[in-house]
Design a protein around this ligand. Structure first.
Ligand SMILES: Nc1nc2c(ncn2[C@@H]2O[C@H](COP(=O)(O)OP(=O)(O)OP(=O)(O)O)[C@@H](O)[C@H]2O)c(=O)[nH]1
Length: 879
């Protein structure tokens, strides 16, 4: 062992930093420049002692000054600290009376753990807390000083005892100081204080990993023994195995018999911060285990998070589930049933908290609505019906403008809203698309509405989407008005419509029911006034009210990303007034209203009750159907949106890890399915949703569409990059077109971009692309039959069947089956067909021919030869 000690080693020993060691050394007049610098043992001792006790014989004055400090601190001790001190004193007295304590009569461990245990046992009575690790020292308290004795239980003691740690030596010193001064209560407390101060020092784990050892002469060691003899007997135990066997034994004694406050003063002890930390932790954990009887957890919780909440280890949680046949890893999210099982198993009441409870801004808004400022608000009316039954034309007639003629293909592909005035009263209309692809939009329409108008073409009657609309309407609980359109048509049959609707529990008023049926013609305008008047009557009955003075709450019926404008939300105000400059939150998005345009596209400052328009200023395109609420501060809206966004992300993540076995097998089976990867970009969220939904439906056992990315907005370079990374991926643009640069990149990368303005064209194209991917069906077509009349064996060539063609024709190279006694004995190809000695391409019915088969000679007279051809047929995806 080197007789020099390095700065960092002293730092480790003193549970300090090299910087502090250098500083303290300087104060002692020892100049040290780096952490690698060395000092003599004497200096090292002096420095360590100075750091740990604040005292040094080398600077007595300083020591005295510092010694006063703890006293001052003592004066400001809290009541609990005083009580602690009192208890310790009592403990001391008690221990003094004790005869050898059985718990500590066991050989001490050579671990920090044991040293700390010994600390506990020693308490304040014997300040010697630390014994050299490798000496296997056991410290036993004696009843009385006269009974002191030293037992040498190892013959190698003399050799081993020469090794001592700095802390031992310092421990001795402190002990001596203690003894010499015949410690008063104040001193004791002061020492306690020093200990507490020391505890505050953050100590790294490695600080305790090793001890700084110095070689001392036996004389010195003896003197140390002398000091030990004051209260304790030192036994040496070299039996490592024994020590390790009892490793865990003292622990319960310590944790149960000694509270934290009864720990020894640790005066001049080894740095034991980590040990204490460990033990404290263990105590706390034990208590937690006992205490936890109920936990409140978020909906999506991973195994390790749940374990932590319950005070268990992830392994315990995994084991419980494993025994019940549920395989989880510690990072998996727990399902509802798993949480229930675990709760029962651990005897813990598990409450799942709605993660969005604190950010449920809609609920909070509704709770705060002030009914005292309520005024009558205009009704929101949604027009629904089967495709081409005339919804847009009717609304167009109501608005007296030509909207329907401006639509691509004459079909509604967006949800539109307009506010009109009739008899001085406002009505807001929502036009929803009729095609099946837009089911989600219709649902949304039904959610935002007060009254539903079901448009049924009087000449066509109830159709598939009329049925769907009826369900939506009934589910919404809104009053329903049936508008029988196209009454100008000769084929119009209102009674048929009434009968069909009555069958579906929508009985007309004139048939004794409660549903108004109004015959209208969007073309001529007949019945439109009657329809509007009916709407106003219904609205009056509904007594629709809202507070125009409140901050706004609105519903997003459509959303898009517009070039130069950013995210645009098409909204209907449900309560309050939305103004430019308002801070708004909309599910996971937030922002400040930059601009508002009304349904006519005019820029306005605000949108009032039931009014509809577009809002600019959100940070992202909001989800259609979400609620938009104005709030006082930017911080509020940001916090809510961010929390909700985080939750949505976590939810998405949890979905991806929650794969059940059935899903697993489904995924494996899917591997066999051919996929057409697509990227969808659309102008508005509603269309995107409709396209995605429709494409996902086009699937069968063989092929399917895999949407690898879909977003609102134009086709970008990153879309091309993504598409080129996925083999065979095509980009589908709906009402968006690639710019020149993007087109060029797509061309160079070999990525196909298809753009559409009519959804059905897009769907048709995808269907045909999928059809192309499907395996062709091979169909057989019989061409003829021949009877074997004779056989000839041609050496080195094979057997030739002399046949008579009895039906159709036999074709060379064609397929054939040989049927013997009604059983197929061979299926293969005709390798040679001859008429007399000449090769023939085909031989017709009634003619004789010679037939040879590909590698087959077992032909017998009386066999039948059936010839056929195989036809490949392309398969089409069903509509
Ligand atoms: N004769 C007659 N034709 C009408 C009437 N109303 C609508 N049409 C015609 O019906 C067709 C479909 O009308 P739209 O208003 O586009 O129908 P829609 O229900 O809005 O259709 P989608 O938006 O695709 O769901 C158009 O060709 C209209 O000219 C009407 O009252 N009489």
């Amino acid at each position: 062992m080197s007789d020099k000690v390095r700065v960092f080693e002293i730092a480790e020993e003193a549970a300090s930093t090299s910087a502090e060691v250098m500083q303290k050394a300087k104060e002692l007049g020892i100049e040290l420049k780096t952490a690698q610098a060395t000092v003599s043992f004497e200096d090292a001792e002096a420095i360590t002692q100075y750091i740990m006790t604040g005292k040094s014989s080398r600077i007595k004055e300083t020591q005295e000054k510092k010694a006063v400090k703890p006293k001052k601190e003592k004066e400001i001790k809290t009541e609990s600290e005083k009580a602690e001190d009192k208890k310790e004193k009592e403990d001391n007295n008690l221990e003094k009376l004790e005869i050898k304590k059985p718990a500590i009569s066991k050989p001490l461990l050579k671990t920090e753990e044991n040293i700390s245990i010994q600390d506990d046992e020693d308490n304040v009575i014997n300040p010697v807390k630390v014994v050299p690790k490798r000496k296997g020292l056991v410290i036993i308290k004696k009843k009385r000083p006269e009974e002191q004795e030293v037992k040498v239980i190892n013959e190698n003691f003399e050799a081993k005892k020469t090794q001592k740690t700095l802390s031992d030596i310092f421990g001795e010193n402190e002990e001596r100081v203690f003894e010499e001064k015949n410690l008063s209560r104040e001193d004791n407390q002061r020492n306690q204080k020093v200990k507490k101060e020391k505890k505050k020092t953050p100590i790294k784990a490695q600080d305790h990993g090793k001890k700084l050892e110095v070689t001392n002469n036996s004389e010195e060691f003896k003197s140390s023994d002398d000091s030990l003899l004051g209260d304790e007997v030192v036994l040496l135990d070299m039996d490592l195995q024994d020590n390790f066997k009892i490793f865990d034994e003292p622990k319960p004694i310590n944790t149960t018999n000694h509270s934290r406050s009864s720990k020894p003063a640790a005066f001049g002890n080894t740095p034991t911060g980590l040990k204490r930390g460990k033990r404290k932790k263990r105590v706390v954990r034990t208590q937690e285990k006992e205490d936890i009887s109920s936990i409140v957890i978020p909906e999506d919780i991973r195994v390790y998070e749940f374990a932590e909440a319950c005070g268990k280890t992830p392994a315990e949680v995994i084991t419980v589930l494993f025994h019940l046949g549920m395989m989880v890893t510690k990072n998996d999210f727990l399902k509802q049933d798993e949480l229930e099982i675990l709760g029962e198993e651990f005897g813990i009441e598990v409450t799942v908290k709605d993660a969005l409870e604190d950010v449920n801004y809609e609920e909070t808004y509704d709770e705060e609505i002030d009914k005292s400022s309520f005024v009558t608000r205009p009704p929101v009316v949604t027009i629904m019906g089967h495709v081409d039954h005339g919804k847009t034309s009717l609304l167009d007639r109501i608005r007296s403008s030509k909207v329907a003629s401006g639509e691509a293909g004459g079909i509604t592909q967006h949800i539109n809203s307009y506010t009109i005035t009739k008899n001085g009263q406002k009505i807001t209309f929502v036009d929803t698309p009729g095609h099946e692809a837009f089911s989600a939009m219709r649902t949304r329409g039904a959610n935002v509405t007060d009254i539903i108008i079901i448009v049924v073409a009087a000449d066509d009657g109830v159709k598939a989407q009329t049925e769907e609309v009826i369900s939506h309407a009934k589910a919404s609980g809104c009053p329903i008005i049936v508008a029988m359109n196209k009454m100008d048509k000769e084929s119009a049959n209102p009674d048929m419509v009434k009968a069909q609707m009555a069958e579906r529990n929508l009985t007309p008023v004139d048939w004794g029911g409660d549903i108004e049926f109004i015959g209208v013609s969007a073309r001529t305008g007949d019945g439109v006034d009657e329809l509007l008047e009916n709407i106003l009557i219904q609205a009056e009955l509904l007594e629709l009210q809202a507070d125009p003075t409140a901050k706004a709450k609105a519903t997003v019926i459509e959303a898009s990303l517009e070039k130069g404008r950013g995210p645009v939300a098409n909204i209907i105000v449900q309560n309050g007034t939305l103004r430019v400059g308002d801070n708004i939150v909309c599910d996971t998005t937030f922002g400040r209203v930059k601009a508002i345009t009304n349904d006519m596209g005019e820029i306005v400052k605000e949108l009032g009750l039931s009014e509809t328009g577009t809002v600019l200023g959100l940070n992202e395109v909001p989800t259609t159907g979400s609620s938009l609420v104005a709030m006082d501060s930017e911080k509020e809206v940001r916090d809510i949106a961010t929390t909700r966004a985080e939750h949505a992300r976590a939810k998405e993540l949890s979905k991806s890890t929650k794969v059940s076995l059935e899903e697993m097998s489904g995924l494996i089976a899917e591997g066999k399915i051919k996929q057409l990867p697509v990227i969808i970009k659309a102008d508005v969220g509603g269309s995107l949703e409709a396209i995605k939904g429709s494409l996902e439906k086009i699937a069968n056992d063989e092929v399917k569409v895999k949407v690898i990315h879909s977003a609102v907005g134009g086709i970008t370079e990153s879309d091309i990059v993504l598409a080129s990374a996925s083999e065979g991926c095509i980009i589908l643009g709906f009402n968006v077109r690639p710019t020149g640069a993007i087109k060029a990149k797509a061309k160079s990368d070999g990525v196909e971009i298809n753009t559409y303005s009519i959804i059905y064209d897009l769907l048709d194209d995808v269907k045909s692309a999928l059809s192309g991917m499907m395996n062709a069906i091979i169909r057989e077509e019989n061409t003829g039959q021949a009877e074997v009349r004779d056989t000839f064996v041609v050496p080195k060539i094979g057997t030739v069947a002399g046949c008579l063609v009895t039906d159709g024709k036999v074709i060379r190279g064609g397929h054939a089956r040989i049927i013997r006694d009604g059983v197929v004995t061979y299926t293969g190809k005709i390798s040679s067909l001859k008429r007399f000695k000449d090769d023939a391409k085909e031989v017709a019915s009634g003619y004789e021919c010679g037939i040879m088969f590909d590698k087959f000679n077992d032909i017998k007279v009386g066999d039948y030869i059936e010839t056929f051809i195989q036809i490949e047929e392309k398969v089409k995806i069903d509509d």
